[in-house]
Design a protein around this ligand. Sequence first.
Ligand code: ATP
Ligand code: MG
Ligand code: FE
Length: 351
Amino acid sequence: LTILGIETSCDETAAAVVRGPVDRAILSNVVRSQFDEHKAFGGVVPEIAARAHIEVLDKIVAQALDEAGCSFDDIDAVAATAGPGLIGGVIVGFLTAKAIAMAAGKPLIAVNHLEGHALTARLTDDLEFPFLLLLVSGGHTQFLMVRGVGDYERLGTTIDDAIGEAFDKTAKLLGLPYPGGPAVERLARDGDVTRFALPRPLLDRPGLDMSFAGLKTALRTQAKKLEPIDDQTVADLCAGFQRAVADVLAARTRRAFDLFREQYPRITPTIVVAGGVAANGEIRAALLKASEEAGARFVAPPMALCTDNAAMIAWAGLERLRLGPVDDMGVSPRPRWPLDQENSGVLGSGK
Ligand code: ATP
Ligand code: MG
Ligand code: FE
C-alpha cells in the first residue's frame, strides 16, 4: 500500500508518502514549519496558521509526490488529520485531502492526529501491540495504553499546562525566545540544578495524572524575588525547571510500567515517547534510565517523526486501511477528538 498523508492541525504544513506494511518505507516527508509567521507573537496564532496552510499546502503536496516519484494514480489512499487541533488548519488539510481523494477516485482516511503520534513507532521500529505511549508536546501531555489500531486507553494526562506549553511559558517569563523548549535546554547546561527547590506536583497522588502549572508559578515566585535576574540565575532556574519536569516524567513512567505489568504480566513493557518535548536530552535520559531500571524497553522514534509531520498521518492511515476498506468522505473535521473516546473506525459524521 502507498498512502499520501496530509497534516495541518497546528503550525506545521506537511505532506508525505509512505509505503507498507510489509516493506515499510517513507518515500517522502515534507514539513514546512510556520515558525517565522508566529515568532513575533510568542505562540501560534490560529487565524494566521490557517491562512499560511492555505497558501502553501498545494505546493507541499506536489513536492511530497514528486520526491516520492509518485502521481495520484500510484497512491492507494489519501489520509489526513481530521482533528484534534486548530480547526481552521484542520479544515484546510482535510478538505484538500478530500478533494484529492474525490478527483483521483481514491479512498479518504480521516486520521486522529494523536493516533498518528501513537503509531509512528511501528513504522520505524519492529513493535507489536500492546505498548505504552508518552506523548509530550506543546498541546498534549498524556500516557496512553496502545492495545491495537483504534484501541487506546488514556491512562493519565496533565490537569493544567501541557509540558511544551510549560517550557514555552517558563522561557517567556525568563525573557528567552520562542519556542521555549530548546532555549531552556540550552541554558540549563550551564545551570546549577541544586540552587532552587522547585516542586514535583501531584507525585504523591495515585494514577498517572500530572500538573505543571504549579511548577511554573513556583519558578515565577523565585525569579521575582531576585529581580533583576542575572544570566547565571536564569540558567539555574532553567536547570531546576528541566530537572523537575524530568523527575515527574520518570516517576510517572515507573508507575506506567507497573500498570502495564498488572494488565500484561507476561509481556515486557515498552514505552514509546513522541512529541516535540521528546527532543529534550535530559528528559530522554531520565526516561531511558527509568526504563532500564524497570527492565522495560524504551523507544524514541527519530526526532523528525516525533514532532508534527505527515509521515505519521500516512502511516496511521495505512494501519487502518490494511485492516479493511475505509470511507471517511462523510467525516467532519473536529477541534476536539479524544483518542480513547471515539476512535477513527467508528467516527461518525462529526456529531
Ligand atoms: P501538538 O503536536 O500537541 O498539536 P505542537 O505543535 O506544539 O502541538 P510539537 O511541534 O510536537 O507540538 O512540539 C513543540 C513543543 O515542543 C514546544 O512547546 C517546544 O517548546 C517543545 N520543545 C521543542 N524542543 C524542546 C526541547 N529541547 N526541550 C523541551 N521542549 C521542547
Ligand atoms: Mg508544532
Ligand atoms: Fe502533534
